[in-house]
Write a protein that binds this ligand. Structure first.
Ligand SMILES: Nc1ncnc2c1ncn2[C@@H]1O[C@H](COP(=O)(O)OP(=O)(O)OP(=O)(O)O)[C@@H](O)[C@H]1O
Ligand SMILES: [Mg+2]
Length: 269
């Protein structure tokens, strides 16, 4: 087996993360007990950033896997490849993480099929092992290994929910868009704009979040607020930057677009 280059998974610079409550301490305690962690919350609210920050803080490598419904167990654990020299085993990201003692972050895990998700079971209980059935090897997880999954509650249908036997292997933390003042600080810091302008963006975000369930499936995320701020930083007029970053991506409904465009013009008048 070829050597794994651990360095590529290390986070060398502190990722900026603005804590909302005591999630940093709670995560730390879960990590110390090596409890598998589930982070829940809407898109673009800081889940991935939080995990990057925690991996940096704990000094552990981080391996992130974006899950999708076509993903198979082999995509996670590994497979035999055919090359000039014959067949060669290639570890998948989950196996690499278990071997090197990384934090393995399975993003949007509900997207994966249940027969894929069950491969994490033996890693998430007292066994902390990963059977590579095709290879006939049982990998014992490195002491530093931890599994983290993310979950957008409310997006998936019942068909796509995780099984209770999967859910009940994790501890969970809820995330949501930060309270206005905190979110304004995040946007200001991320994009390098003044807090007053950031606050205006947050107000537009809140207008959209109030429309959730009234024509919008999801409000404007912190991520999109940062996009708008970045565009404004490049000299784009606020009303154009906001239409482009905050409205066009989230809906095609003419009425809702009108409502949001109107709010933007009022706030940046
Ligand atoms: N608490 C926070 N501290 C710092 N930045 C944040 C925070 N919350 C959100 N952000 C900003 O929002 C962006 C999106 O956050 P992130 O990628 O972590 O979202 P997510 O919750 O993982 O979304 P998804 O479910 O779509 O993957 C980040 O790149 C960052 O700019
Ligand atoms: Mg994410």
């Amino acid at each position: 087996m070829s050597e794994i280059d651990i360095e590529q998974y290390k986070i060398t610079e502190e990722p900026f993360y603005q804590a909302q409550e005591d999630e940093v301490e709670l995560y730390q305690a879960a990590y110390e007990s090596r409890l598998p962690m589930m982070v829940k919350g809407p898109t673009g609210c800081g889940k991935s950033r939080f995990i990057e920050h925690m991996a940096w803080k704990l000094g552990k490598p981080l391996i992130t896997v974006a899950c999708n419904e076509d993903m198979t167990a082999s995509d996670l654990v590994g497979r035999y490849l055919l090359d000039a020299g014959g067949t060669r085993w290639l570890d998948g990201p989950l196996t690499i993480a278990a071997r090197i003692g990384a934090i393995c972050y399975l993003d949007e895990v509900v997207e994966a099929r249940q027969d894929t998700t069950v491969v994490i079971h033996p890693l998430t209980d007292h066994r902390r092992t990963l059977p590579l059935d095709k290879k006939g090897e049982q990998v014992t997880a490195h002491d530093h290994f931890q599994l983290v999954i993310s979950y957008n509650p409310g997006y998936q249908s019942l068909m796509k929910d995780l099984k209770q036997s999967t859910k009940q292997r994790f501890v969970g933390l809820d995330f949501d868009y930060a309270p206005s003042q905190v979110e304004a600080d995040i946007v200001a810091k991320e994009a390098g704009i003044d807090t007053e302008t950031a606050m205006k963006l947050v107000k537009i975000g809140e207008t959209a979040r109030n429309l959730k369930g009234h024509g919008l499936d999801e409000g404007i995320s912190t991520r999109l607020l940062v996009y708008a701020a970045n565009l404004m930083n490049k000299g784009i007029a606020p009303n154009k930057a906001c239409r482009m970053a905050l409205v066009r991506p989230i809906t095609d409904d003419a009425d809702i677009r009108g409502t949001l465009d109107h709010a933007i013009d009022a706030i940046f008048a």
